[in-house]
Design a binder for this molecule. Structure first.
Ligand SMILES: *[C@@H]1O[C@H](CO)[C@@H](O)[C@H](O)[C@H]1NC(C)=O
Ligand SMILES: *[C@@H]1O[C@H](CO)[C@@H](O)[C@H](O)[C@H]1NC(C)=O
Length: 358
């Protein structure tokens, strides 16, 4: 019974690969809807990945039960960025705990793995745990990279953090994650932890960066920060399940009133580029279910990551540094007080004001 369902899956997989190119052409030609093509491709991916991810989890050295921290690095073809990020991961503190570093390399649309990126990943010596390089089996894009690289078992207690290649981490990022997970995972409305120390406000018409009042080391915010994100497992599983369901609904668009990401997303719909903005689905889901992401709030916007990218999808030109300088500064000194966090963090709304609504 079990064997035959595996065989069916394998067959489906093979069919999928054989017909994917045809399929794409078909939809582009006859339907002329890139959005629709993309959704259908995503649906196929969700099915395949729940299978392949489970396979990879069966490898004994990466069983959930034996992992404290899983670092998920997602990369496509920026070998130099990857090297910089890996270097910073090697000089961070892990307290002798069991760490797995998963490096997921995406393929181009025509199926190529970037050789330089692969060499950097495979030659890198991770000093603090097991390193595993995963070639994606086909082009998964930014959605597949974010949504299908962490598929924990329901009883897993590992902490996972997803890092895009253009980040550098603070040596203390894991120390921080341990503290905030322990403190806040039990709050149902906390969907995860952002590592970045700076963010724009996302409300339409608001200006400047988010600033929680001095004295608050953390705050909750409705919009995910993607410069290093560590999900709350329970919420992440719900979000992935919901995403899969909503993909089936061709009419559904994840639009949230009065925020900038919605207007970016609408522009992408018009230009057929929604495949670049997975976070809109997360933002929508958080809005619907009244969930929030926890951010750090250190003086000077020190962060547990910095981003080297030019202005991107999520952050406006105010943060652009032409790729030459990081977005802001990393937190490089730990102070004792950082462990004294409030039982219930202050909450900001998308305009950066304190939100006291229940
Ligand atoms: C991953 O891709 C690289 C580069 O093409 C290749 O050398 C390597 O063998 C691949 N690894 C696996 C497990 O397929
Ligand atoms: C989690 O579940 C698996 C299989 O269901 C089991 O083998 C494992 O011992 C469980 N781990 C924990 C930490 O409960």
């Amino acid at each position: 019974m079990r064997n035959s369902s595996i065989q069916v899956l394998m067959l489906l997989t093979i069919f999928f690969f054989m017909f994917l190119p045809l399929y794409d052409t078909f939809f582009n030609h006859f339907v002329g809807e890139p959005e629709e093509t993309w959704r259908r491709t995503m649906l196929q991916q969700q099915v395949l990945y729940s299978y392949t991810a489970q396979q990879s989890y069966r490898k004994p050295h990466i069983q959930d039960e034996s992992v404290d921290l899983r670092i998920i690095v997602i990369v496509f073809n920026r070998a130099d960025s990857l090297l910089r990020l890996l270097g910073s991961l090697n000089v961070a503190f892990y307290f002798g705990e069991r760490v797995v570093l998963d490096i997921w390399i995406d393929r181009s649309k025509d199926g190529q793995i970037d050789e330089n990126t692969y060499s950097i990943a495979s030659e890198f010596q991770f000093k603090h745990g097991v390193k595993i390089v995963h070639n994606h089996t086909f082009h998964v894009g930014i959605y597949g990279q974010w949504l299908n690289t962490w598929t924990p078992k329901s009883n897993s207690s590992e902490i996972a953090v997803i890092l895009e290649d253009d980040l550098t981490v603070s040596p203390y990022f894991y120390k921080w994650l341990k503290i905030v997970h322990k403190k806040y995972d039990k709050l149902v409305e906390v969907n995860g932890y952002s590592l970045q120390g700076i963010s724009i406000k996302h409300g339409i018409g608001s200006e400047g960066f988010l600033e929680a009042p001095v004295g608050n080391l953390v705050f909750l915010y409705p919009v995910i920060g993607t410069w290093g994100f560590s999900p709350n497992r329970r919420n992440w599983v719900k979000f992935r399940d919901w995403f899969e369901v909503m993909l089936h609904d061709d009419k559904f668009q994840p639009l949230v009133p009065n925020i900038l990401p919605t207007s970016w997303y609408q522009t992408f719909i018009q230009t057929g580029k929604t495949e670049g903005m997975w976070s809109m689905w997360h933002i929508y889901h958080a809005w619907k279910t009244r969930e929030f992401t926890l951010y750090p709030n250190f003086a000077g916007h020190l962060g547990f990551t910095v981003n080297w990218k030019e202005s991107g999808l999520h952050y406006g030109p105010g943060l652009a540094r032409g790729g030459k300088n990081p977005s802001y500064n990393l937190l490089t000194r730990w102070r004792l007080g950082y462990e004294n966090l409030p039982d219930y963090p202050i909450r900001l709304d998308v305009y950066g004001n304190i939100d006291t609504e229940d």
